[in-house]
Design a protein around this ligand. Structure first.
Ligand code: NAD
Length: 261
């Protein structure tokens, strides 16, 4: 299958990739990109229908994928995903922990306690549980594995009001990933982070804003004058998951059009 742009590549031929939050947005683009480069893909998320749509898009293009519904914030969710990858495709070579939620848009003092806990449980506990399940499998494999966690530029340096709690969870994702990378690189498991800035999904729209409004805002604010596409975030994820990045350990790759929206 042809990759976009230059000559087709098959960096993931014969490998199995797991992508969480793959029924929409960045996760779907990542799943499609892995399949386009030869991976068999386990697409995971809470709701089955969007996952099936991602699988259909992959199969239409001649790829192979399996939809596995799971809530990554629940104990056992990630283990079930790893087990499904191994059972159906024989190994787990790559994992992308992308599932995440944003609850905010208003000052922190008014954030409902449930929204705080929900963000922590999906964005932080979800990544923690996934890392554990993935590492435990990958370190038993002769070829090890590579993991990419999706954080956010807000984690390192939030510049937008209304995102305090979300930003705290993303700072945790980046710190957790870097620490885990140091703990497990000698087990053959290479862990890195991609931190997107504003990307073309509904998550980067302000309340009541249209895509056209967002494009105007990006033109006025971002050095590149536009936000990133989901394919551009996927390209960064694939690089870090590939052997091209064999000596890249615990890095946080920022893809943000040069600034924040
Ligand atoms: P999205 O809402 O389309 O994708 C998030 C996916 O995660 C959805 O498919 C959702 O169903 C899934 N998900 C949520 N909770 C889950 C759970 N408990 N278990 C399993 N799946 C769950 O939004 P997106 O923009 O594609 O976001 C993907 C990632 O990128 C998120 O981690 C987000 O924080 C991060 N991010 C997005 C932007 C942006 O501007 N869009 C910027 C920085 C970081």
């Amino acid at each position: 299958m042809a990759a976009t742009g230059a000559a087709a590549r098959d960096r993931f031929a014969g490998r199995t990739a797991l992508v969480t939050g793959a029924g929409s947005g960045i996760g779907r683009a990542v799943a499609l990109a892995f399949a386009a480069e030869g991976a068999r893909v386990v697409v995971a998320g809470r709701r089955e229908q969007p996952l099936k749509e991602t699988v259909a898009l992959i199969e239409e293009r001649g790829g192979e994928a399996l939809a596995v519904p799971a809530d990554v914030s629940r104990a056992g969710g990630a283990e079930a995903l790893v087990a499904a990858a191994v059972e159906h495709f024989g190994s787990l070579d790559v994992a992308v922990n992308n599932a995440g939620i944003f609850r905010g848009g208003a000052p922190l003092a008014g954030l409902p306690e449930a929204d705080w806990h929900e963000q922590l449980s999906v964005n932080v506990t979800g990544v923690h549980l996934a890392l554990q399940a993935e590492i435990r499998r990958m370190r038993t494999q002769p070829a090890g594995g590579a993991i990419v966690n999706v954080s956010s530029t807000f984690g390192a340096h939030v510049t937008t009001a209304g995102a305090a709690a979300y930003s705290a969870t993303k700072a945790a994702v980046t710190a957790l990933s870097r620490g885990a990378a140091l703990d497990h690189i000698r087990d053959g498991v290479r862990i890195n982070v991609v931190s997107p800035g504003a990307t073309a999904t509904p998550m980067s729209l302000r309340a009541g804003e249209t895509e056209r409004d967002r494009a105007e805002r990006a033109r006025a604010t971002l050095p590149l004058a536009r936000i990133s596409s989901t394919q551009e975030i996927a390209a960064a994820v694939l690089y870090l998951a590939s052997d091209d990045a064999a000596s890249v350990v615990g890095t946080d790759l920022v893809v943000d059009s040069g600034g924040s929206l």
